[in-house]
Design a protein around this ligand. Sequence first.
Ligand code: NI
Length: 386
Amino acid sequence: MSDEWPVDFTQDLQQQLIAIRRRLHQYPELSHEEYETTAAIRRWLEEADIRICSYELKTGIVAEVGGLLPGPIVAIRADIDALPIQEETGLPFASLAAGKMHACGHDFHTAAVVGAALLLKQHEDRLRGTVRLLFQPAEEKAKGARALIQAGALDGVSAIFGMHNKPDLPVGTVGIKEGAIMAAADGFVVEITGLGSHAAVPEAGIDPIVAAAHIVTALQSVVSRNIGPLQSAVISVTQLHSGTTWNVIPEKAVLDGTIRTFDEHVRAHVLERFREVVQGVAAAYGTTAEIRWIQGPPPVINDASLVPLALAAAEESGLRAVEPVPSPAGEDFAWYQREVPGVFVFMGTSGSREWHHPAFDLDEAALAPSARFFAHLAGKALLELS
Ligand code: NI
């Protein structure tokens, strides 16, 4: 199969992709505001004579290569948005937009997938089907994937592939695994209502702060007592607000935070126990609790039947596949995998900082190899799925 789908890696491509990535890096745009980014991607694709699809999108763009020979459609997805972070890398091509930065490396993803499109275009007449390139907006707000799905960008697609750069994996490696690789990322807000009173006369009121404190403590038992030792979950309470002054027991306390899980059964169980603990403890202290869920994307679960294809594509394109440690961060790529089988990989980028750090960086040497990997993988997938 590999003989039927060789893709050349040239130094020219690498230089081109560095230029693309740096252009994106200098002009980062936040979720839902990726107008210039979209226009730039369109220009690069059109210059290569790659056809743009006409899905109705405010930002983001979808393109296709192939279709000259009959066959299935496979998709490659890149996210394109940046973060509201002031860059502190000191790089000569650092962000020119104050308070905005490609601190998650989506500029890298975009450049690499443009590169894959350019490589696929060079071999378009031999593609056994169509490769659809999804340049997705608003990943950081976990909204863009569903917008693309609603616009129809997954229609007819048999398989989808995507990546996140991974600072702790060296360039030349790619993390590929079956099953969960990123977490479901749910949020919660809990409002606890008691009865205000003079701080010196607590018996006249119902103290929501004491209830909130016990809720925070009791929630720690959900992961330790309700989840098996071989499974995992995280509950973090990250805000707790109440009160206005020292001598008043307030009426309300509000806490919020996040729940991360890698399995839908664990997710459902944690959410159920969360609700029971919050309501039960609140009631025990005479307060009432109102829970608001902020449902995030499901876990990113890689399709077992497509993983061998990705492993083979890695080897054949000169990358070393490694077993990655799953990340408890969320990724809205998971929404695509609800619709079609997919594989999400971690591309090694030898970064010195983690995602979302103001000094986040990556080694651009990974650009062309990533482009080559995805072009090769898509070509192989078309053959496999024909
Ligand atoms: Ni990201």
